[in-house]
Design a protein around this ligand. Structure first.
Ligand code: KG4
Ligand code: ZN
Length: 356
């Protein structure tokens, strides 16, 4: 049995988790997440300097809470794992330096984990973990990433495609902002859409022309179409995109926010489902995996299951958004070939699959 303590601070959640790995089985003992959402609501998004300062304040209490919830003492921990990238440099630094301090103080081994691998391995904390078969096609959709990944085995990733512009979560967040819905926008749109008519606004599905874009997404045209449909015409002259974006919640009086949310969501989800199902078919996948914040979306889950003939697996919502349990899970499967020790550094642009 290996007891893993993981730390995650790549964006705006300060998280610590304790996971036991016993043979192939993972047991989640504690999963503590301190969210900075309220602070970032003021800015309508993540403000990097505020994020790193808040990590500094939260990390100690979050660690203590995780140890208490897991009913464990530091000497029972066998391995420390920390997110080293990708993410905001200042945020990552807080977690990595804190983890190094623990490694030194407690005399424990430390490894660095890729945040994207963490999202993927959140699937192995679910009850369906033992049903997952390779090759699998994984749709990884979060605030910073939208990738379609072919996974042929543990640690074996081929990125088939991704977004050409905004990440899926970023598109949800920006559209929510335009509609005057609270940050983070994904859950707000998900909720508003339940009361809306998805056929009310006939937004067209963004076209990603050509075979080279068979597995790519694009969301910025859709976001602009939503803006044009809901914002009042300019008083004088042509508004720049920047000015439009700066007028959140400034809507034409006839606009039904729930209908717009439902119509936008239907198109965005349709695109994600179509490309994922196509990739799964083209590469002979045995199942479809979904991970990342946007995989908590109710319509995305329902539509993927409806359209796909393959089994579709996704984590519970708390494991879709950023957390440290997924970092511990990735550490269990990947600790043999990840960078280790006190010389470990942050990698804000770390690609999936990099081991150096
Ligand atoms: O994975 P995550 O917590 O952080 C990143 O690594 O980016 O993802 C956060 C993103 C945000 O853009 C948020 O709006 C989106 O996931 N999100 C959702 C839902 N819940 C979170 N998007 C659509 N529907 C949801 N229910
Ligand atoms: Zn994430």
């Amino acid at each position: 049995m290996l007891r893993i303590l993981a730390i995650e601070t790549s964006c705006d959640e300060t998280a610590a988790a304790v996971v036991d790995s016993d043979g192939g089985q993972l047991v989640l003992r504690a999963n503590i997440v301190a969210s900075q959402v309220e602070m970032h609501q003021k800015y309508g998004g993540v403000f990097p300097e505020v994020a790193s300062r808040m990590h500094v304040e939260a990390i100690g209490p979050v660690l203590r809470e995780a140890l208490t919830a897991a009913d464990t003492s530091p000497d029972q921990i066998d391995l420390l794992a920390v997110t080293r990238g990708p993410g905001l440099a200042g945020s990552l630094l807080v977690g990595v330096n804190f983890a190094k301090g623990l490694a030194l103080g407690w005399n424990k081994p430390l490894i660095g984990i890729n945040h994207l691998e963490g999202h993927i391995y959140s699937l192995w904390l679910t009850e369906q973990a033992d049903q997952i078969r390779f090759p699998a096609v994984c749709l990884l959709v979060s605030g910073g990433h939208s990738e379609l990944i072919l996974m042929r085995g543990h640690g074996d990733y081929r990125v088939l495609g991704g977004t050409l512009d905004d990440a899926a979560g970023e598109a949800f967040d920006k559209v929510a902002r335009v509609l005057g819905l609270p940050y983070p926008g994904g859950p707000s749109i998900d909720k508003a859409a339940l009361e809306g008519n998805p056929a009310a606004y006939p937004f067209t599905r963004p076209l990603t022309e050509g075979e080279e874009h068979a597995y790519n997404f694009s969301f910025s045209g859709l976001k602009t179409a939503v803006m044009r449909a809901v914002q009042p015409p300019p008083e004088s002259g042509r508004r720049t995109r920047r000015e439009e974006g700066l007028r959140p919640g400034y809507l034409r009086p006839d606009v039904n926010v729930n209908d717009v949310a439902a119509s936008f969501q239907a198109v965005a989800v349709g695109l994600l489902v179509e490309k994922t199902v196509r990739a799964a078919r083209d590469f002979g996948a045995a199942c479809i995996l979904m991970a990342g914040g946007v995989s908590a979306n109710r319509l995305l889950r329902a539509e993927m299951r409806r359209v796909s003939v393959l089994p579709v697996y996704y984590p519970p919502p708390v494991l879709c958004t950023d957390n440290a349990a997924m970092i511990a899970a990735a550490a269990h499967f990947r600790h043999a070939d990840q960078p280790a020790g006190l010389s470990l550094d942050v990698r804000p642009m770390l690609p999936l699959g990099a081991t150096g």
